[in-house]
Every structure is written in structure tokens, then in C-alpha cells.
Design a protein around this ligand. Structure first.
Ligand SMILES: CC(C)(COP(=O)(O)OP(=O)(O)OC[C@H]1O[C@@H](n2cnc3c(N)ncnc32)[C@H](O)[C@@H]1OP(=O)(O)O)[C@@H](O)C(=O)NCCC(=O)NCCS
Length: 140
């Protein structure tokens, strides 16, 4: 099941970031997304969130900030389902471009995004200190 995030998800999302992200979003950063004017996101899970996607929409462009699936629930299609859900929602909302940044060595995430139509459009050298950021974009 995938549903839109709401402010009451904050603690679950902080825990998911800590459990699964290489560069976890802070509680304050997640709260800004949940409560901010431009933030949006979805969670996956039956009883409680085991994955989430957070992003923002400004005018007719969207950005994916983070996609995380709990390590115990990976390779079951949840990451693909979250990104697919976001792309469909953004397409229906008239979004024309979706952007993201991902560690250049994150083979799994890059495969996930490429499989859904994202293409590499640039790179930020040493953005993560030990690793470049690959910039990807797609038309939803
Ligand atoms: C990246 C991530 C969100 C994928 O979630 P997931 O639910 O395991 O992914 P899915 O099961 O939907 O996989 C969809 C496709 O992505 C690719 N993929 C996912 N994980 C992969 C891995 N470890 N190695 C290679 N390809 C992988 C595959 O093409 C896969 O399709 P397949 O299973 O048919 O081969 C998850 O690994 C994660 O939370 N990683 C840590 C956080 C992160 O790196 N987020 C992305 C950066 S913003």
C-alpha cells in the first residue's frame, strides 16, 4: 500500500532514514518537507511505513530528495512502486521534469531510476566528499 505522507509520520521517517540511508535526512529536514509549502511524499507499508519517498514541487518541476526502503524489505518492488507512484502523480499534476541526485557508486538506486526513465544529465564532483553526485532527470 502506498499513501501520501503526513506530519504524524515524522518519527517513522526519521527511523527509516537512520536505518537505511547512507546520508540520512535529519528530523528538521523531514519536518520541513512534511509541513512546507512545496514538500510532498509517499510512504509504503501495510501497518507502518517501511519505505518512503520525499520530494518537492516548484512550479512545473519536481525534485526527489530521498527514497529509502528499510533493509528488511528491499528487493520486493517497494522502491520501484514509490517512484512509479510519484511519477504518475506528478505527471497528472502537469509536472514536466523530475530531478534527483544520487551517489555515483549507488548501483542499486541508479538501476532503479534508469529503469523508470531517468537519464544522467550531469555530475557534481566530490559532492558527497568521497563520491560524486550523479544528476538524473526524467519527464514523468
Ligand atoms: C535504492 C532503494 C530505495 C531500492 O529499493 P528496493 O525496494 O529494494 O528496490 P526494488 O525492489 O523496487 O528494485 C527495483 C529495481 O531497482 C534495481 N535495484 C534495486 N536494488 C538494487 C541493488 N541492490 N542492486 C542492483 N539493482 C538494484 C533493480 O533494477 C530492481 O529491479 P529488479 O528487482 O527487478 O532487478 C533501496 O535499496 C534503499 O533504500 N537504499 C538506501 C537508500 C538509497 O540509496 N536511496 C536512493 C538514493 S536517493
Amino acid at each position: 500500500m502506498i499513501r501520501a505522507v503526513h506530519p504524524g509520520d515524522l518519527d517513522d521517517l526519521v527511523a527509516l532514514e537512520a536505518a537505511g540511508a547512507a546520508h540520512p535526512w535529519t528530523s528538521a529536514g523531514i519536518r520541513d518537507v512534511l509541513e512546507g509549502r512545496f514538500g510532498c511524499g509517499w510512504v509504503a507499508g501495510q501497518t507502518h511505513p517501511v519505505g518512503h519517498l520525499l520530494g518537492q514541487v516548484v512550479l512545473d518541476e519536481a525534485e526527489i530528495h530521498t527514497v529509502v526502503v528499510h533493509p528488511d524489505h528491499r528487493r520486493q518492488g517497494l522502491g520501484r512502486a514509490l517512484v512509479t507512484h510519484a511519477l504518475r502523480a506528478w505527471r497528472e499534476a502537469g509536472i514536466t521534469a523530475v530531478h534527483l541526485e544520487v551517489r555515483d557508486d549507488n548501483v542499486g538506486a541508479i538501476a532503479l531510476y534508469a529503469g523508470l526513465g531517468f537519464e544522467p544529465v550531469g555530475r557534481r564532483r566530490a559532492y558527497y566528499g568521497d563520491c560524486d553526485a550523479l544528476l538524473m532527470r526524467c519527464a514523468p
